[in-house]
Design a protein around this ligand. Structure first.
Ligand code: BG6
Ligand code: MG
Length: 219
């Protein structure tokens, strides 16, 4: 039986990819590194430190760990400042409606995000109250595609993975859900999340009715 839902944040509840892009781009320009939207796509769902390493690899750069942390912190300061402009208008269409519906039907709801800024994003959206459990980049040390963040969330909800559905927009996020034995809903194109149990192009189509009709024996 499905009793709980675990949501990724960036790309599922709200679209922060462009804000991450702007912040990485600013850092990359300062460093004389190449960075474009195609490379930004590869950072979807992965941690900040994994992200900077992907950018450095792409540019054939190697630096010592302290310098890498310093640069990642610089990018983060730019990103966090840009979150000040985020409001309740910035939910992805359909996301708030789904969260409201799940609460009214009595499902348990958790966040399972790689971001260390998840609490700030939820505050800006005024979304904190939708979640029984908040799992973020500070909750576990192994990030997606490891299943740890989703296992953390389900354990805190008091549910087994097979009783939870994970919503994810990232390829590595679906990999993480599968590795943890969770059912998964992919949000985005086939080439990115086609390996999810069910896929929708956008959150707008991912209604509780649609999800229930796909997993009908499990409700
Ligand atoms: C994920 C984003 O949710 O969080 C990634 O999809 C980001 O792009 C990661 O790198 C870590 O975020 P933060 O806010 O801790 O730098
Ligand atoms: Mg995401």
């Amino acid at each position: 039986m499905i009793k709980g839902f675990i949501f990724d944040l960036d790309g599922v509840i709200t679209d922060t990819a462009e804000l991450h892009y702007d912040a990485w781009k600013k850092l990359a320009d300062e460093m004389g590194w190449e960075f474009d939207r195609e490379l930004n796509e590869k950072l979807r769902g992965i941690s900040r430190m994994d992200s900077i390493k992907v950018i450095m690899d792409h540019n054939g750069v190697s630096l010592d760990e302290n310098k890498i942390v310093e640069l990642a912190t610089k990018k983060n300061d730019i990103y966090v400042n840009s979150l000040d402009g985020m409001t309740q208008e910035d939910y992805l269409p359909g996301a708030r409606e789904l969260l409201t519906h799940l609460r009214s039907e009595g499902f348990s709801v958790a966040l399972g995000s790689a971001s260390k800024n998840a609490n700030k994003v939820l505050q800006q959206l005024k979304a904190t109250h939708y979640f029984d459990v908040i799992g973020d980049g500070n909750s576990v040390s192994k990030s997606k595609p490891a299943p740890d963040i989703f296992l953390f969330a389900s354990e805190k909800l008091g549910l087994r993975p097979e009783n939870c559905i994970v919503f994810e927009d990232a390829e590595k996020g679906i990999d993480a859900a599968k590795a943890g034995n969770f059912l998964s809903v992919g949000i985005g194109p086939e080439e990115r999340v086609g390996h999810a149990d069910i896929r929708f192009n956008t959150m707008k189509e991912a209604t509780l009715f649609e999800v229930k009709s796909h997993f009908k024996d499990l409700f």
